[in-house]
Design a protein around this ligand. Structure first.
Ligand SMILES: [Ca+2]
Ligand SMILES: [Ca+2]
Length: 147
């Protein structure tokens, strides 16, 4: 497996590929499984845990890691993919990789009204609305055009 996988929430899936390095004259199997870190299985990603059988004819297998595109602005989410040996003949020097799901959701901001009429010496309340869902703080800067 590569050391780091990264994909955006909107990019649907990446293949996670496992390669057997060395000469095989018999079949060996390893298990591959995802475990959530901050990403939640079946909510942020789909991955089918599997047993991979390597044989003299088969030295590479790839599995789709599928991301769920939601509408929530949130921190990047992490999941771990882990290989486990089913035989002491299979050596797995680096058994885990981390997959980073980069958030690509947006929220939009608008003023409640297009035009505000104020009489001199009065104060107007400007209302800014946010449309969308966020699990983290987002700041907008209000400034006038006078500089
Ligand atoms: Ca998400
Ligand atoms: Ca999101």
């Amino acid at each position: 497996m590569e050391d780091i996988y990264s994909l955006t929430e909107s990019s649907s899936f990446i293949p996670i590929c496992v390669e057997a390095i060395g000469q095989l004259q018999i079949s060996l199997s390893v298990s591959i499984a995802a475990s959530p870190i901050s990403a939640e299985r079946n909510q942020d990603f789909f991955f089918t845990d599997n047993v991979i059988t390597f044989s003299p004819d088969n030295s590479q297998e790839c599995f789709d890691f599928t991301v769920v595109e939601d509408q929530t602005v949130e921190a990047d989410e992490l999941a771990m993919i882990r290989l486990d040996q089913n035989s002491d003949r299979a050596d797995i020097p680096s058994p885990t990789v981390v997959v980073t799901i980069e958030d690509s959701s947006t929220v939009s901001f608008s003023f409640l009204m297009d035009v505000y009429d104020i009489i001199e010496s009065e104060t107007a309340g400007l209302c800014v609305m946010m449309q969308g869902v966020t699990t983290r703080d987002i700041a907008v800067t209000l400034s006038d055009l006078s500089g």
